[in-house]
Design a protein around this ligand. Sequence first.
Ligand SMILES: [Zn+2]
Length: 332
Amino acid sequence: MTTGTATEPNSLIRAFRPGVTRFELPIPMPDDIPFDKTFDLAPETVEEVAPGLRRILANNPGPFTFKGTLTYLVGRGEVAVIDPGPDDPRHLVAVLDAVRGETVTHILVTHTHRDHSPGAARLKAETGATVYAEGAHRPARPLHTGETARLDAGGDQAFRPDVTLADGATVRGNGFTFEAVATPGHTANHMAYAFKEAGVLLSGDHVMGWSTTIVAPPDGAMSDYMASLAKLARRPETVYFPGHGGAIREAPRFVEYLIRHRHGREASILHRLEKGPADIPTIVRAVYIGLDARLIGAAGLSVLAHLEDLVARGVVATEGPPAIAGTYRLAG
Ligand SMILES: [Zn+2]
């Protein structure tokens, strides 16, 4: 996600009351995920993290970006750039400096949030490289009446790849091979890339080691996200390099933690609804303990993402399509 002014998936954040400090208590919930928040890389410096894999950190730290967005450089001599990053001339210069004397042949984008894809256009203009991605920015489902484009404030609406990739597509360069792994959920067009020669996965924002990812409608969809996690858990790669923060080791096990975490959150939501119908702010207060006030809006959208999934599965009911202002009850 982007942060600061460009930001939070929305202006809905203001619709939630910050500073809530007392919660009903749900099923014990988890800080059950073994997060790793140690990550020390100075902005705009290059670090080799695996054979043929370098990373460089954009200077855009924030509550949704951690220390900043990571741009990866794959290969030597002929290079692929994964996620050129935000539209920040200093980051572009740092990336171009890092590949001085080399040729950028490919630009791959994991997803179209403003901290990842906008740098592609200028990098392409400077290098002539071909831009690959799943597709243009789009919501995960049609917008409801009253939902507006401002919900997509974090979306890079201008982005267009030269080449669109389907799940399982292969992208070959001189010295590197990628398998495109469709991983919708954080956004509808999220792609992870398996870097075959190193046996690692560039996981974008789908799986990160420092935090769970934001799944916020209409950009994101919980049912897609859970299916994408299950898909990764079955893959052979054991090391992931994410869009923010350090590498994830024992990645399939970490993915299982993420799956369990969301199941726990879903159980907490259902536990609250067993007591009677509730709106989303009520559910947020019941489910999130000690939540940072800046994240209450994001938590509301995350609950909405769960509710959309639960309504689609017939477990929860609401009037009309699931909406941020709706009231929810157990179905049946
Ligand atoms: Zn990001």
